[in-house]
Design a protein around this ligand. Structure first.
Ligand SMILES: N[C@@H](CCC(=O)N[C@@H](CS)C(=O)NCC(=O)O)C(=O)O
Length: 410
């Protein structure tokens, strides 16, 4: 725990932040949560039941015990209100709209600090953000692959999506299923570098993550301690709505990493008001294998994407861990992801930066973190997120996304 965190806790407690006092502080925060009334409540979340990022946000709303209803059918007024054709979007009871789960989570944490979503220690918070980003962006490709490239998964998911969002569509079911599946593969697997040449590598990302998680979960119930926090909710997106539910990936999880299957349910069931656990005081060594993958897989990809963006290229090739991905769509949003992570690092004090740098260096993350200079994504220059659309993660332009909306139109 940093000195600043201790000092902040001490101010709230009128005393030192000892473990005993931390319990007292927790009790006070939870008492405040139980009585809260807030003009933004109840919330409305827009997104289908099977969605990666909608599931991530729902997990957090449940953890924070914020009342919400869900609109699963699209398209809705959501696109006009947020400027992006992607889910989830969150509508507040006061009429404001939010989009993009990452800034939404940060905003919710500022509004409801008593829930302790983001670790208060700045270095822990920085690494938690890094893992959230990794789970959001780097596990996306394997999640889409297991869903859309395995016929048993694709067929199952198509039926659910159509029943939920297009039950009144007059086209025959098999036609609708073909439209949906082709659309998703075009955008998110074939169109995002998944080919026979990269297939095993893409699956390896999932299999490695299961092994990394299983090792961590042998010693504690959540990634950073005995209570869930930002890193858990980051990984919850892909793990919950994709890997644990889609037939092909779920079978692998159940058979090779039942601890992860159990963790998914544990996160879904977590409630801040009854959580008595605590966070670790520093980044645990068993995050090392995930951080190694950030350094060898995700950051080199982010660098190649940023270079492609700077060069104005719509697609790019990149070699990751010895495997060549071809014609990946350039994503301006992911240039912004790198910029945001760098801003988070730069906001640390010098001693905190030194601590974070040592850890990044130990896992091959430091050099690629800074490799690409002068990236200028131009996303959210006024820093209004989550109250402004930040664009599409895989670079799908709004017009195309609307045309190929996740709800097959009549
Ligand atoms: N960075 C955004 C990503 C949201 C996102 O890409 N959501 C997916 C569904 S899980 C989506 O709406 N994709 C658009 C599409 O499929 O057309 C977030 O964290 O909310």
């Amino acid at each position: 725990m940093s000195d600043e965190t201790r000092a902040a806790d001490a101010r709230e407690l009128d005393g030192p932040a000892t473990p005993e006092n931390a319990r007292e502080l927790g009790a006070r925060r939870l008492a405040a949560a139980a009585t809260r009334t807030d003009p933004i409540l109840p919330l409305t979340i827009y997104g289908p039941e099977l969605s990666y990022f909608t599931g991530k946000l729902e997990g957090v709303l449940r953890f924070m015990e914020l009342p919400y209803r869900q609109i699963t059918q699209g398209p809705t007024e959501m696109t006009a209100a947020t400027g992006v054709a992607q889910v989830p979007a969150l509508e507040l009871a006061d009429g404001r709209w939010l989009t993009d789960s990452t800034p939404i989570l940060a905003w919710l944490d500022r509004r409801y600090p008593e829930c302790g979503l983001i670790p208060r220690d700045p270095v822990l918070a920085f690494f938690s953000r890094l893992l959230e980003d990794y789970a959001d962006e780097w596990l996306w490709r394997p999640a889409m692959h297991y869903r859309w490239d395995y016929p048993e998964s694709a067929d199952h998911v198509c039926r659910l999506l159509i029943a939920e969002g297009a039950a009144d569509n007059p086209l025959p079911g098999f036609v609708l299923r073909t439209i949906v599946r082709n659309r998703q593969k075009t955008l998110f697997t074939k169109g995002d570098g998944v080919t026979p040449a990269t297939w095993d590598h893409v699956e390896g990302i999932y299999l490695d993550t299961l092994a990394q998680f299983d090792a961590i979960l042998q010693s504690r119930p959540f990634l950073l301690g005995t209570r869930p926090s930002l890193a858990d909710f980051g990984f919850f997106g892909p793990m919950f709505r994709h890997f644990a539910m889609d037939p092909a990936s779920a079978r692998i999880m159940r058979e090779t990493a039942s601890s992860v299957f159990e963790w998914v349910a544990r996160v879904w069931n977590a409630r801040a008001s009854v959580t008595e656990g605590e966070l670790l005081e520093e980044i645990p060594d068993d995050w090392g294998a995930i951080l190694d993958s950030v350094g060898s897989g995700y950051l080199p990809y982010l660098c190649a994407n940023a270079e492609a963006w700077k060069a104005g290229a719509e697609h790019f090739d990149v070699e990751i861990e010895g495997v060549t991905y071809r014609k990946i769509r350039t994503a301006r949003y992911r240039v912004w992801c790198l910029e945001e992570l760098r801003r988070d690092f730069e906001a640390l004090t010098e001693p905190q930066q030194a601590e974070a740098r040592a850890r990044l260096e130990a896992h091959g993350c430091w050099e690629p973190f800074w490799r690409v200079k002068d990236t200028a994504s131009g996303v959210d220059p006024e820093r209004r997120a989550p109250f402004v659309g930040t664009g599409s993660m895989t670079g799908v332009p709004l017009r195309l996304a609307e045309k190929l909306y996740w709800r097959p139109g009549p």
